[in-house]
Write a protein that binds this ligand. Sequence first.
Ligand code: COA
Ligand code: ZN
Length: 312
Amino acid sequence: MANAPDVHICEAGPRDGLQNLDIFLPTEAKCALIDAIVAAGVREIDAGSFVPPKVVPQFADVEIVMAHALARKEAATIGALVPNFKGAERAIAAGVDAIYFVISASETHNQANVRRTIGEQLEGFRAVRAAIDARPVGNRPHLVGGISTAFGCSLEGRIGEGAVRRLAAAYAEAGADEIGLADTVGYATPPLIKQIVQGVRSDLGVAMSLRLHLHDTLGMGLANVVAGLEAGIHRFDAAVSGLGGCPFAPGARGNIVTEDLVFMLEEMGLSTGINLDRLMATRAILSAHIPARHLTGHLHEAGIPKALRRAA
Ligand code: COA
Ligand code: ZN
């Protein structure tokens, strides 16, 4: 891969973006979406979920989609969401580069999402770590400990900072390669982002890689990115056309819009390695199957980038 950009973006559209849709995006369209995302220069893709098809029917074809995505692994890290050991076994068998495990800081959301207590879910994480460590060095997926509802929960409300810090510390102790702080329902605000990131950093030190996964429910998604940057975060999840939401977290709106995020970062003088025009081309693939009411994005609506470039 080429030189690392200033900010690393993980495109979560093919996973978070699709998991809450009541429309099944045909397998070929999922593959075309991944191809277009890779062609835009994105370095990491959350390409699907290894969940039971009866829980999330959208990912009934995840093995096929993942094989397609992994054929592009020279260009991008290909990851998958995994909710339990069985999911990890499937992800490892598929050959994924990264596993995004999920535990919620909110006990209520954790039960709704994965039908386990937080403690039971941590046991599952340890088993996944052990399964990865049993593999040859050089053939071990990167293991991200995702903390869902880290900034609030639509079932429990505000989440105490202590709960998030304890879970992050437990993940670190259990061998997470990275911690993902997820604003699953989009309740974060810039000061809260700083507070939680600084708290986790002070517990775990700078050696532990952190990423932010943000939703734009309250319209603060990009402000939260800036707060994250100011707190030293350089890794963000986002979804093209602002798709996204958790089926077990009522009220969540879509992820921060990758196109708008790239535009903002580049305007701030931070490289992303992503070609915005090519990224914008993903819209056509989505529009062919998904009604317009599900698709957002200020740049798409305003058509700004081309006009700005002409003026430059
Ligand atoms: N992939 C495929 N099948 C799986 C599976 C997985 N990851 N995990 C469990 N199963 C199967 C089991 O083998 C079992 O099959 P059987 O009935 O034929 O024996 C069945 O599903 C029930 O297994 P169990 O361990 O009891 O699961 P559960 O019903 O308690 O559900 C989860 C637990 C974690 C699988 C489910 O809650 C889930 O998928 N949650 C994720 C939701 C999500 O995607 N949220 C959004 C992203 S954060
Ligand atoms: Zn999400």
